[in-house]
Design a protein around this ligand. Structure first.
Ligand SMILES: Nc1nc2c(c(=O)[nH]1)N[C@H]1C(S)=C(S)[C@@H](COP(=O)(O)O)O[C@H]1N2
Ligand SMILES: [Mo]
Length: 324
């Protein structure tokens, strides 16, 4: 179902880290101009994305898609990113990640509190179910938001490939880490490999997506190629990119931004306008890619990012200020 056209692949040739990091330093001033006003004009040359069409897309039901919100411009979603392994400025991942060669072998290991650990190839994972297009809102903790037409299917489909033990209460995820192609934890300021986690019921929720594409094509490197998690009712950092390890665990697993600053970034990280970040209010967000001169449109942030009807019951009786 996934066909990579050889002609599309030449941009993904490996560029040594030194080369592109130096280039990045030279372009430091230029990168700083990545202000709101220029967002709309940052279209990447499409050849640099090394994507291929994904065939056989299935339309999903109203629970899985937004009613009237249109996907953000692809150029915005692929050029304004957080992927600290490839740089800490919003424009860095789209400059640096396309030069990373995604390993041809991409085993996805499922282990931990399971009766029988299992390793699946990327192809095996993608064949577990028909690829669905899911149009989800994405709200970054930094107050910008986008609407993304992801391609994938419910993570539960993958998790059900193993039988977990009675001890399993959480699911931990780990991003691939390549020290030669990515920043060091010291350079990025956060621990690598990037780790994240969900409670078991959150991971099994039908909205939680394992995604391997967007806009009808394979995943651009800067958006988490070849495969990532998307949890639309939580702040963006829970949606971990480029995963290679999934672990069923008994205790709440460590998460990257919580390790960085535990009082600012909790484990649950549900989008919640009533709980401020210690350094800023979470009541509003800026929807990227539209508005006057492309500077985005300010709008109120909605609890659970608008997915409350589907997910609020997961947290009934819980103090969402304490468990932020
Ligand atoms: N491995 C990894 N995953 C990550 C991040 C990261 O730095 N590294 N950033 C997170 C944050 S803060 C956000 S907002 C989203 C951004 O996803 P996007 O670039 O596809 O919009 O990815 C999340 N997943
Ligand atoms: Mo984010």
């Amino acid at each position: 179902m996934l066909i990579r056209k050889p002609a599309d692949l030449h941009y993904s040739d490996v560029t040594p880290k030194e080369v592109y990091l130096n280039r990045r330093r030279f372009m430091g001033a230029g990168a700083a101009t990545l202000g709101a006003a220029t967002l709309g004009s940052l279209a990447l040359p499409s050849a640099a994305l090394a994507t291929a069409k994904i065939n056989g897309l299935v339309q999903t039901g109203p629970d899985h898609n937004l009613g009237n919100e249109k996907p953000s411009p692809k150029a915005t979603v692929t050029s304004y990113n957080n992927f600290y392994e490839f740089g800490t400025d919003k424009g860095d991942p789209s400059q640096n990640a396309p030069k990373w060669k995604v390993p041809a072998e991409w085993p996805i290991r499922i282990e931990g509190e399971v009766l029988q650990p299992k390793t699946l190839s990327l192809d095996q994972v993608m064949k577990l179910s028909a690829p669905e297009e899911r149009i989800y809102r994405h709200r970054c903790v930094e107050r910008w938001s986008i609407v993304v037409p992801w391609i994938g299917f419910s993570l539960s489909t993958l998790l059900k490939q193993v039988q977990h033990t009675g001890k399993a209460k959480y699911v931990a995820f780990e991003t691939y880490y390549d020290a030669k192609a990515m920043l060091s934890p010291r350079e990025a300021g956060i621990p690598f490999p990037y780790v994240e986690g969900l409670r078991l019921d959150e991971a099994m929720h039908p909205l939680t997506l394992i995604a391997f594409g967007m806009y009808g094509e394979t995943m651009p490197n800067q958006n988490g190629a070849p495969i990532r998690i998307v949890v639309p009712w939580k702040y963006g950092y829970k949606s971990i990119k480029s995963i290679t390890r999934i672990r069923f665990v008994e205790k709440e697993p460590p998460t990257d931004w919580n390790l960085y600053s535990s009082h600012e970034y909790g484990f649950y990280s549900n989008v919640n306008p009533e709980v401020d970040h210690p350094r800023w209010s979470q009541k509003v967000e800026r929807r990227l890619g539209g508005g006057f001169l492309g500077q985005g449109t300010e709008m109120p942030t909605v609890k659970f990012n608008g997915y409350g009807a589907q997910v609020a019951s997961l947290y009934s009786g819980m103090d969402l200020v304490k468990y932020h």
